[in-house]
Design a protein around this ligand. Structure first.
Ligand code: SIN
Ligand code: CO
Length: 373
């Protein structure tokens, strides 16, 4: 595999083998001539919307304060030590989406979002650790990163944000626009703005087993099939009416043990779970949707592209889109698999699509899950 300019001098395979989930990597000029994709005003507008997740962090006299969005107004640009964090910018901005997609050497199932932070001089979120891998790309101005491999991850109590009690710096670097720092999960770090700056965090997701287990049991509740009802024709007389009968317990335990799940159940669960949009994501379909006939004409001419907010995944014969799953045949899979991987298809690629696929595309178009190119 070719070296990826984004990773400096190494290939994605080398990155995965030597750094991913293992150790930090500093890449100078990962994106040469990097320019911020959005102005501070545009980010402030996003932070004022209730469908965008944002936080404003300020520090005054050593006291941290955190305000959750929507944020009506930012502090003055001349005020030091504040940071605005805007989550999921890729969901609302095509350039931010394109930047995030440069990291698709990691599967979509692991990619989370692009968060943009804006800070004035001295601004930051304090020494902390994250539970996820992250690429920290400097987009504008300079930020001093101090990092540590320390095992002591105890936090200061009673703080509105996670601040490490004892931060023992191992290394420090000043990142200029286009420089990027990769950090594995649980690596202590602190980034402080040197003058006004913008930093882009390319974040990943790794659900906890507890969270998955709870969601999986809910998913299974819809599909388990346990016929019959408890019966006790041989009920024995007891003088302890409050005691649960032994026969009842044994019979029901045996029946409950019949609850089984297959790898296919887990596949469908996981695809639906991972492709489910976040709670604040809303789709808007076209105000005047084309009729099916005109839609087909346009699709053949122009092709289609998934909406920035759409999550499309697949595994085997199962295709998942925005929390829904479909089992598809080989021919339909041959159309939907490239749509998921390329997130767009041109007209020619859709020429042989079955009626089922066209109908699904039309529904997705009406729901705002996909657009005409
Ligand atoms: C920031 O961009 O200010 C914070 C990002 C991080 O430390 O995870
Ligand atoms: Co962090």
């Amino acid at each position: 595999m070719k070296k990826l300019p984004l990773l400096g001098d190494i290939t994605p395979a080398q990155f995965l083998r030597d750094y991913w989930h293992k150790k930090p990597l500093l890449i100078r000029q990962a994106i040469p001539a990097m320019q911020p994709l959005l102005s501070v005003d545009a980010l402030a507008r996003l932070a004022s919307e209730n469908f965008v997740e944002s936080r404003l962090i300020t520090k005054a006299g050593g006291n941290w304060d955190m305000q959750h969005g929507p944020i009506a107004a930012l502090p003055a640009r001349s005020q030091r030590e504040w940071t605005l964090l805007v989550q999921g910018v890729n969901l609302v901005d095509a350039k931010a989406d394109a930047l995030l997609r440069q990291f698709r050497f990691i599967p979509d199932a692991r990619l989370d979002d692009l968060m943009i932070s804006v800070a004035t001089d001295g601004g930051g979120v304090g020494p902390h650790f994250d539970s996820y891998d992250v690429f920290l790309l400097q987009a504008q101005g300079r930020r001093r990163w101090r990092i540590s491999a320390q095992k002591d991850l105890s936090l200061v109590e009673g703080m509105p944000l996670k601040i490490l009690q004892n931060f023992a710096v191992d290394e420090e670097f000043v990142l200029e626009p286009g420089d990027m720092l990769y950090l594995p999960p649980h690596y202590a770090h602190d980034g402080v703005a040197e003058g006004d700056c913008q930093t882009y965090s390319i974040g990943f997701r790794s659900p906890s087993y507890q969270e998955l287990g709870e969601a999986f049991l809910q998913f299974m509740a819809d599909s388990i099939d346990l016929p019959g009802r408890y019966a006790d024709p041989a009920l024995e007389l007891s003088n302890k009416p409050a005691e649960i009968p032994k026969h009842m317990l044994a019979t029901i335990a045996e029946e409950m043990n019949k609850v089984r799940f297959t790898e296919e159940d887990v596949t469908i669960f996981l695809g639906e779970y991972l492709s489910e949009p976040k709670h604040n994501v809303f789709f808007t379909g076209p105000t005047k949707p084309l009729t099916m006939g005109r839609f087909i004409d346009s699709v053949n001419k122009r092709g289609v592209a998934l909406s920035l907010k759409t999550q499309m995944l697949y595994r085997g014969k199962h295709v998942f889109i925005n929390g829904e799953s479909f089992a598809v045949g080989r021919a339909d899979k041959a159309v939907l698999e490239p749509l998921a991987n390329q997130r767009a298809l041109d007209g020619a690629a859709l020429a042989g699509a079955s009626d089922d696929v066209i109908e699904a595309l039309y529904t997705w178009y009406q729901d705002g899950w996909l657009e005409l190119k």
